[in-house]
Design a protein around this ligand. Structure first.
Ligand code: SF4
Length: 446
């Protein structure tokens, strides 16, 4: 068929990996990827619904696709991902979008594309309890062939009150670990040096061998065991993972990180709030003290572990004291970095049904800015604490600022830059930290 597909991807790493799965499924029926929308027969946007502005952005893109369709009426426009799942046939109302497919419907894409005719749009938004695309080899979209995303599970059962994910990605299901190891082995054989194991909550990964799987009869694999299986592929293959969940992370995971040098010493550990009142309302299933105890345990078992987090400012009913509790937790923990957002009510979530979005926007903004300002200072302290240390870094390429310097991330996920004329992308290099900025470690070859 020799047709071309153009895909834009919004949101999280899992969406990037989903777009790679979509490309593979379409490649199977003769589509090849183009990065030039003007020559595409099929234009897709893989979307995110986590906050209102994420959806507004896609509505803006649909206006751009409208112009393309005006120029080329035969081009097919498709909306995929979480927004497709949340809005469903509402996306067809504008008569620009021809195809709407939710995160569990990508195997249907070839048939849906083939069935699209003017006035006959296609929609498939059924969520699945079993789909993991584990037999699909993603078509990698990364630019340097260094780091590959591997989704180890889909969906989420936590149902945090503010979150739209359980409604857009469905119930949790863990993927067959042997297909994960095979995929990691495959990308390693193709020169990749790092895999990132992805899940909304990797700590609840648990695979039980299905009855029709005699070679693994009665077997079950936890996240710690999966981590070890991937780490054993090769000491040259780095293993990262996200996202962790404070009430589910086990000591076994931490001991596995400590046991294998190639399992990176970094945990993305969303806290969302430092106030027990807010954590309760958010249905986060842990308390402030539990979170602080897990952080202490992480730093006990995995010294020098990089810690990053997510936080929401201005959740429903958040008092000034709740906000101060968040600030004091940030001061206590000193995260390396954080994703910080003002609460954005998502239609259909428990919070939107039960609580009023009652914090005025200017108060949300003031509180968010206070968290950002504090995190900037705390993160800088963490970066300065690295001065004098020698770190193992995976070379990603020339530094953006100084071309005769190289850059790459240490195991703790901190970005390093150093002068170097001998190494190349994909090499592991030992560097010594001589200085720091709030987001970069200034190094020299060790
Ligand atoms: S853990 Fe909570 S915030 Fe994260 S995806 Fe699941 S429901 Fe959403």
């Amino acid at each position: 068929m020799n047709k071309k597909v153009y895909i834009e991807t919004y949101g999280c790493q899992m969406n990037v990996n989903d777009s790679e799965v979509v490309l593979s499924i379409l490649q199977g029926v003769g589509y090849e990827r183009t990065t030039d929308m003007g020559e595409a027969d099929l234009i897709l946007a893989n979307t995110c619904s986590i906050r209102e502005n994420a959806e507004q952005r896609v509505h803006g893109r649909i206006d751009v696709f409208r112009l393309e369709k005006k120029k080329r009426p035969g081009v097919i426009i498709g909306i995929l991902g979480c927004m497709a799942e949340r809005l469903k046939d509402k996306l067809l109302e504008g008569r620009i979008v021809d195809l709407v497919a939710g995160p569990d419907a990508y195997r249907s894409l070839p048939a849906m594309v083939a069935a699209v005719t003017p006035g006959n749009p296609q929609i498939e938004v059924q969520l699945s309890r079993t789909e993991t695309y584990d037999d699909i080899t993603p078509v990698r979209m990364d630019h340097n062939g260094l780091s590959a995303y591997i989704s180890i599970m889909r969906g989420c059962n936590n149902c945090c009150s503010y979150c739209v994910v359980p409604y857009t990605r469905g119930a949790e299901r863990s993927r067959d670990p042997y297909t994960i190891v095979a995929e990691a082995r495959d990308v390693f054989s193709k020169g990749y040096k790092e895999v990132s194991l992805l899940g909304q909550n990797v700590d609840s990964y648990l695979w039980k061998a299905p009855e029709d799987c005699p070679e693994h009869a009665g077997e079950s694999v936890s996240f710690a065991q999966l981590l070890e299986m991937v780490a054993l592929i090769s000491p040259e293959l780095r293993v990262r993972f996200s996202t962790s969940y404070p009430s589910d992370i086990t000591d076994e995971v931490l001991f596995t990180m400590a046991k294998y040098e190639n399992v990176c010493n970094h945990i993305h550990f969303p806290v969302q709030s430092g106030s027990d009142v807010m954590l309760e309302k958010m249905r986060r299933k842990y308390t402030r003290q539990w979170y602080l105890d897990r952080v202490a345990r992480i730093r006990e078992i995995v010294p020098d572990c990089g810690l990053t987090t997510d936080v929401i400012a201005g959740f429903c009913g958040e008092s000034e004291q709740d906000h101060q509790d968040t600030l004091s937790l940030f001061e206590l923990v000193k995260f390396d970095a954080a994703f910080m957002f003002a609460y954005s009510e998502r239609p259909g979530t428990l919070a939107s049904k039960k609580y009023e979005d009652d914090i005025p926007q200017d108060v949300k903004t003031r509180r968010l800015n206070e968290i950002i300002e504090l995190q900037g200072r705390m993160g800088f302290i963490r970066y300065k604490e690295q001065i004098g240390k020698t770190l193992k870094v995976l070379v990603e390429g020339p530094s953006k600022k100084t071309p005769d310097e190289l850059c790459g991330r240490a195991g703790n996920y901190m970005m390093c830059v150093w002068p170097d004329k001998t190494h190349k992308v994909g090499d592991y290099v030992e560097v010594t930290v001589i200085d720091a900025t709030p987001a970069t470690l200034i190094c020299k070859l060790a």
